[in-house]
Design a protein around this ligand. Structure first.
Ligand code: ATR
Length: 308
């Protein structure tokens, strides 16, 4: 740990935070504070339980207090879209905001991220710039953890909720050739298929299990979070031996029943930790303008998840 992290908070300490509801179990403070220390930034990363009906006030308060940035988690990612002053292409493309960067207006009319603000100048006013780092994080994690790249591949995707929709769109945008989409509520899967058809017509979407093998099985449902959850798929319709690799977006528990079953079937597996890591490393880069200390943040995340 660097000396900056051990230095007491002082009047020039700046803040970033995650807002969620609930937020008690978030691993983001552990990961980000380790990253901030490694970058020798006199910032701290906090976590606040913010009810959705108070998101607007909470963001305005953070802006007024010259926060550097905020991460948003359940249930805020969609709500935040209309609260931003400006949306990055990533937030517009995936229709959700998980990273807010506060930016100040300078006397010369230019906007500067608060995290890179020149002291002692004061901003004329502060605006909120919304980003989404979740989608890119999925593809980066698949590549790092499973050496898996999307171009011309086939995927069986389980889930068409918030996370499933973003995963489906990102995979289609990254060149996946055929996407099998299965969701408990068929209407939601159909809506995602229509969106892909309109935006990424090169990707064929099939609203059913495949008859043969696929390159990747990806779980984006919440099944597996609780110990007594059933598997998120019908293995009579799709035996796990048919999956080239298996990725579960859940990271706690580290091995879901799906990942255990896949491992027993001899398939390469990875959990969602890499995705959590990279949505965070990218957020820190967006706020600080510096490359994130990825190994330090990974280690802090592993430790936190191991201990909690
Ligand atoms: P997130 O933002 O994490 O994606 P979400 O939008 O609530 O959360 O989506 C949860 C996903 O898990 C959905 O695909 C949901 O299926 P429905 O669209 O039918 O709700 C799926 N899911 C949750 N509980 C489930 C269960 N008991 N059986 C099958 N699927 C389930």
């Amino acid at each position: 740990m660097s000396d900056v992290f051990e230095r007491p908070i002082d009047a020039s300490t700046r803040y970033c935070a995650v807002f969620g509801f609930p937020v008690r179990h978030s691993a983001s403070p552990a990961m980000h504070n380790a990253g901030l220390a490694a970058l020798k930034l006199n910032w701290r990363y906090l976590a606040f339980p913010v009810p959705p009906e108070q998101l607007r006030e909470a963001l305005a308060g953070a802006a007024a207090m010259r926060f550097v940035g905020v991460n948003l988690t359940v249930p805020h990612k969609l709500l935040a879209l209309e609260l931003m002053d400006l949306l990055d292409d990533s937030a517009r493309a995936w229709g959700a905001v998980n990273t807010v960067r506060f930016e100040g207006l300078r006397a010369d009319g230019s906007w500067q991220p608060i995290g890179q603000w020149p002291d002692p100048e004061e901003p004329v006013r502060v605006r909120m710039h919304g980003f989404n780092t979740d989608a890119d994080a999925l593809v980066r994690a698949l590549e790092e953890d499973l050496a898996w790249t999307p171009r011309n591949r086939s995927v069986l995707l389980l889930g068409a909720g918030g996370a499933g929709r973003v995963a489906a769109l990102k995979l289609a945008a990254s060149g996946v050739k055929r996407l099998y989409l299965v969701n408990r509520t068929a209407d939601k899967a159909r809506a995602v298929a229509e969106e892909i058809h309109a935006r990424h017509p090169g990707c064929e979407v099939v609203l059913d299990y495949p008859d043969g093998p696929v390159d990747l099985l990806l779980n984006a449902t919440s099944l597996g979070l609780r110990p007594d959850d059933p598997l998120p798929l019908d293995t009579r319709r799709f035996p796990l031996e048919r999956a080239g690799a298996v990725y579960d977006m859940i990271y706690r528990p580290a091995e879901t029943p799906l990942l255990l079953a896949a491992r027993c079937a001899g398939r390469p597996t990875a959990n969602g930790m890499g995705m959590l890591l990279h949505q965070g490393t990218r957020a820190l880069e967006i706020w600080s303008g510096q490359p994130a200390p990825v190994p330090v943040m990974r280690r802090a995340l592993e430790l936190h998840l191991h201990e909690s």
